[in-house]
Design a protein. Structure first.
Ligand code: SF4
Length: 313
């Protein structure tokens, strides 16, 4: 058996920054540290931090007054920030700057009188945060059918934004439908689907045709990981989205000569390595690193944390 190992895969700059932020916060304040929602959508990462005394909360009222609170990489709405302020929490903002960019676009369009069509997945933490920037000016669409159901008057100033972790191809179908129905719709100068999402999808699109099976390391609630598995399926390749080696079923590999392994932007490298080692051990598989695109993106810690760091020295 041959293993094609996709590059780029795994942690993106936003996830690295958010995890670094949480590690430094633990050093700075000690446990317990509170995080609003999962710091990133990955079970292995969340379980590790739970073991270190991190408490993931779904509501601000779960955090004792005055305690530090991290906002996850997916961002939060202004309402959540206000609630945290009212509780005198020490907020540390680990929102990915590329998510913040979408928030700022929403604020800008709303202030200029636009109605905003947000392309995204209902209930996703990022979508909830972005919609909270201008709740009465943003409508969510998840499909071209949703676009058909929009009934804005023809003179409405319209703009669209997207969630950062969508399938590029699926988003383009929806954007085409929007442009057909609302030819004057405005769009942000630069793509909202982030570089990491695009690069990981590009690697799967390029490499999957050479494989019989695709394994995507990532959690079921990770949007960008799910999209990678879907893209493989759309290319006619069976795929499995798994958190780690323990979920592998040997029967998947019957008749498989080449397996492509990739990982979503929130999946740590050790879960990838464990799968590679398993396939080497059980199937005597040979490893081939496949490079589709270089990545050199790095985000510094947020100002809200940098301002606190001198306390450590
Ligand atoms: S997937 Fe993209 S938007 Fe999400 S944290 Fe990573 S770089 Fe930021």
């Amino acid at each position: 058996m041959k293993i094609l190992l996709a590059n780029p895969r795994g942690f993106c700059a936003g996830v690295n920054m958010a995890i670094d932020c949480l590690e430094r916060s633990l050093d700075l304040f000690g446990a317990p540290i509170y995080v609003y929602h999962e710091i990133v959508h990955n079970k292995a990462v969340v379980d590790r931090f739970r073991g270190l005394g991190v408490v993931f909360v779904e509501g601000i009222d779960e955090v004792p007054e005055g305690f530090p609170l991290l906002y996850s990489a997916h961002g939060v709405s202004p309402f959540v920030r206000d609630q945290a302020r009212a509780r005198s929490l020490k907020a540390i903002d680990a929102t990915c700057p590329l998510v913040t960019k979408v928030h700022l676009e929403a604020v800008k369009y709303a202030s200029e009188g636009y109605k905003i069509v947000l392309i995204g997945h209902e209930g996703h933490d990022e979508v909830i945060g972005t919609m909270g920037e201008a709740p009465d000016r943003i409508v969510l669409v998840e499909s071209a059918e949703d676009v058909e159901a929009l009934d804005f008057p023809t003179d409405t100033k319209l703009a669209y934004l997207t969630q950062t972790t969508l399938s590029v191809d699926d988003a383009n179908v929806i954007i085409d439908a929007l442009r057909r129905k609302f030819p004057m719709i405005a769009n942000p100068p630069k793509d909202d689907i982030c570089y990491a999402t695009q690069n990981r999808q590009e690697a799967v699109r390029e490499l999957a045709p050479r494989a019989d099976l695709v394994l995507v390391l990532g959690s079921q609630n990770s949007s960008n990981s799910k999209r990678l598995a879907e893209i493989a399926e759309q290319l006619g390749k069976p795929s499995h989205l798994i958190d780690g080696v323990r979920e592998i079923d040997r029967a998947w590999f019957d008749g498989v000569e080449t397996v492509l392994i990739t990982a979503g932007a929130s999946a740590p490298e050790d879960v990838v390595s464990e799968c590679v080692e398993y396939l080497k051990r059980v199937f005597d598989a040979e490893l081939s690193e496949e490079f589709v695109r270089e990545e050199n993106v790095h985000f510094p810690p947020p100002k809200s944390l940098r301002d606190l760091l001198p306390i450590l020295n």
